[in-house]
Design a protein. Structure first.
Length: 211
């Protein structure tokens, strides 16, 4: 039991302070509830694929020179037989569509998208579409470790030494993807890149001349 002296010295807050705290918390709670209801009643519109593209679609794609980190199991016929450590440049892909996927090992949305990218690579390899993964600001060892723990590389992975590709394509967040046409121009972009079968597949079909 507390002594009489302890009870006397126990600090008591004024009732006005307690009432003020309640008055502050109640409007904040109401504001949060109102925002949640507004989000539910008026969901945001679908964001266009080029909304976050920092490079103008239709413009010339930046040239790149990278190192093949992992060849992957899926590649167009023209690129089969490439080995890890081989230099890779955009100029070697003239006449081909190139899909660049910027991702990171720590990025959960990237991991969720990768099965769709694998399916994309498998579906369009015979049409001469080259798909490359580029880990954003990652070391080769960390990327290879992640791939080993997650079933390996389905499509080729490039090592972006010095982050030159990320800088050239103005990548400041992942996942992001760019499609480069046979003429070396940027044709498609996404940030977040969810629902790829519904978004990118029709775009590629149109670019490849399918009805």
């Amino acid at each position: 039991m507390r002594s009489a002296m302890q009870r006397r010295h126990r600090k008591k807050w004024p009732r006005s302070s307690r009432r003020a705290g309640g008055r502050v918390r109640r409007p904040l709670l109401l504001a949060v509830l109102a925002a949640a209801l507004a989000w539910y009643a008026f969901p945001p519109r679908t964001i266009p694929d080029d909304a976050f593209a920092t490079l103008a679609l239709g413009g010339r794609a930046p040239r790149f020179h990278a190192t093949l980190l992992a060849p992957g199991a899926i590649a167009p016929p023209a690129l089969r037989g490439w080995e890890a450590g081989q230099p890779v440049a955009l100029d070697e892909h003239r006449g081909m569509f190139v899909v660049l996927e910027f991702w990171a090992t720590w990025c959960k949305p990237c991991a969720a998208v990768r099965p769709d990218v694998s399916l994309l690579a498998r579906r369009y390899a015979s049409r001469g579409v080259a798909v490359y993964g580029i880990a954003y600001r990652e070391t080769a060892g960390r990327v290879l470790d992640w791939l080993a723990r997650n079933g390996g590389a389905d499509y080729p992975e490039l090592q972006d030494e010095g982050w030159h590709m990320a800088n050239a394509y103005s990548i400041h967040g992942v996942p992001q993807m760019y499609v480069i046409g046979p003429d070396g121009r940027l044709r498609w972009h996404c940030f977040g890149c969810d629902s790829l079968p519904e978004r990118l597949y029709p775009a590629l079909d149109s670019l490849l001349g399918r009805p």
